[in-house]
Design a protein around this ligand. Structure first.
Ligand SMILES: [Cu+2]
Length: 152
């Protein structure tokens, strides 16, 4: 009974009133209560333990969104400069809750081989108030041979 298990999953999400959940790259952690705290949703971005390879020419970001409509910012900062967040794409508008994957989010070309923090920021409304939420992952900005876009 696939529809029943999906409904019970949705019921679980609704009953804990969860915010969005970053699925990939693996987040540093998830704290629903602290997700609204900048810069990293209640986590310390200097505690680097679990780096994910993230191709410079485009890596995947997937998440479970629980709010609609929302806007997303996909950002990154080098671990050597965690106060300078760079937008990886234009702001993305999204309508509808559910699972999403953006398969080709590019990294800055000059960051090849460097460690960075990927940050996903969601803007929307919750309980009639402005909402801003954060989740972060550690990523290595890697260069995949033969697939790099030509830049000067
Ligand atoms: Cu929420």
């Amino acid at each position: 009974m696939r529809s029943i298990s999906l409904l019970s999953l949705l019921g679980l999400v609704a009953s804990v009133n969860a915010h969005f959940l970053l699925l990939y790259p693996t987040p540093i952690g998830f704290d629903d209560d602290a997700e609204g705290e900048g810069p990293c949703g209640g986590f310390d971005p200097t505690t680097a333990t679990n780096f994910t390879n993230f191709p410079i020419e485009g890596g995947a970001i997937s998440y479970l969104n629980t709010h609609s409509p929302v806007t997303w910012e996909f950002q990154a900062a080098l671990t050597s400069n965690l106060t300078h967040w760079v937008n990886l794409t234009p702001t993305l508008n999204q309508t509808g809750a559910g699972y999403y994957c953006n398969p080709l989010i590019p990294g800055p070309a000059s960051w090849v081989g460097k460690n960075a923090i990927l940050r996903i920021v969601e803007h929307g409304m919750e309980d009639m108030k402005d909402m801003i939420l954060y989740q972060v992952s550690h990523v290595c900005q890697v260069y995949i041979l033969g697939r790099r876009l030509l830049t000067s």
